[in-house]
Design a protein around this ligand. Structure first.
Ligand SMILES: Nc1ncnc2c1ncn2[C@@H]1O[C@H](COP(=O)(O)OP(=O)(O)OP(=O)(O)O)[C@@H](O)[C@H]1O
Length: 293
């Protein structure tokens, strides 16, 4: 079995007594492209910061390439690319100066790639020599992505990387991610609220809820197997599906709804047997709502 590139065991974090991560376990395998989903404020950014050793945890341990994240070797550190949710660029430098600074730190800096991206993503000579603090939010976000991709990372972590990009910027970014990153077997963790983007790039999704990874799986398999089951409460309560059912049962009058991850054929047989039971397919948005509710 392939060893995990990233491994989190029992990590917990709280802010002023409020628990955000609660004994979270997670494993990411090399080459996986995972969309990290969760409601606002559930702790996606906090989790990403803990995974990268940028925030101390109250308990638990994170390793990358088997190394404790607090003691990463230079090699492992240089193999990680990170686009934070909030810009951490040096605002007083120009893009050229900042990229030169990082170039000196990374042995595998890909100058041709940086040049190509700067050109394709509209960084004119004037923009490249203007202080980063004077760039627009979207221009800064594009620069942050270029910086993260510049050393051909083998682990790329993106925290809402497209939130400030217009539709053209998002399309350009996704194209680069699909053609220039995922094609090279890079491991990608990608948090976003734009589910259509996620469906284009992610092969796996992980839902964060109540401080833990509540559900993770292949996107196609989840969408193929997840069904909303609606039927009379008396009938639903008697079904032997509880073990594979996801989430709370929701009661409204005499009707109960729940999400099942059972084999689709089994559910189709149930619907054929019990005309009072309705079984619907779910979109990723439906699944998000049901899992994170
Ligand atoms: N430095 C901090 N001090 C106090 N509370 C914090 C701090 N950082 C985050 N929090 C709180 O921790 C919780 C998780 O925040 P976090 O930013 O990780 O969520 P998120 O899932 O990334 O949210 P969003 O989708 O809105 O970006 C929130 O309730 C937030 O208010």
């Amino acid at each position: 079995m392939t060893a995990a590139i990233l491994h989190a065991k029992g990590i917990s974090t709280s802010f002023s007594g409020k628990c955000v991560l609660n004994g979270l376990d997670w494993e990411v395998k090399p080459g996986q492209v995972i969309g990290l989903l969760g409601r606002n404020g559930t702790g996606k950014s906090t989790l990403i910061e803990c995974l990268l050793g940028l925030r101390e945890t109250d308990a638990g341990k994170v390793t990358i390439n088997g190394e404790d994240v607090a003691l990463l070797s230079q090699d492992t550190r240089a193999s990680i690319g990170y686009v934070p949710q909030k810009s951490d660029l040096f605002e007083w430098l120009t893009p050229n100066q900042m990229l030169d600074y990082f170039k000196a730190l990374y042995p595998r800096w890909n100058g041709a790639k940086v040049e190509g991206l700067l050109e394709r993503w509209g960084f004119t000579p004037l923009m490249r020599s203007r202080a980063i603090g004077k760039l627009s939010g979207g221009e800064r976000q594009r620069l942050s992505i270029i910086r993260a991709l510049a050393h051909d990372p083998s682990l790329l972590v993106l925290d809402e990387p497209v939130s400030a990009l217009d539709p053209v910027g998002r399309r350009d970014f996704l194209r680069e991610l699909i053609d220039g990153v995922i094609e090279r077997d890079t491991t990608v963790i990608f948090s976003t609220h734009i589910l259509t983007d996620l469906e284009r790039v992610a092969l796996d999704v992980a839902f964060l809820k109540d401080g833990k990874i509540a559900l993770q799986g292949g996107l196609d398999a989840l969408l193929e197997n997840a069904r909303r089951v609606v039927g009379p409460t008396t009938l639903i309560d008697g079904l032997p599906l509880g073990g594979d059912a996801w989430g709370r049962r929701k009661r409204s009058g005499d009707t109960t709804t729940f999400i099942a991850l059972n084999d689709a054929d089994e559910l189709a047989a149930l619907a054929a047997r019990e005309p009072a039971v309705r079984i619907d397919s779910l979109s990723l948005e439906d699944l998000f709502v049901e899992v994170t509710r």
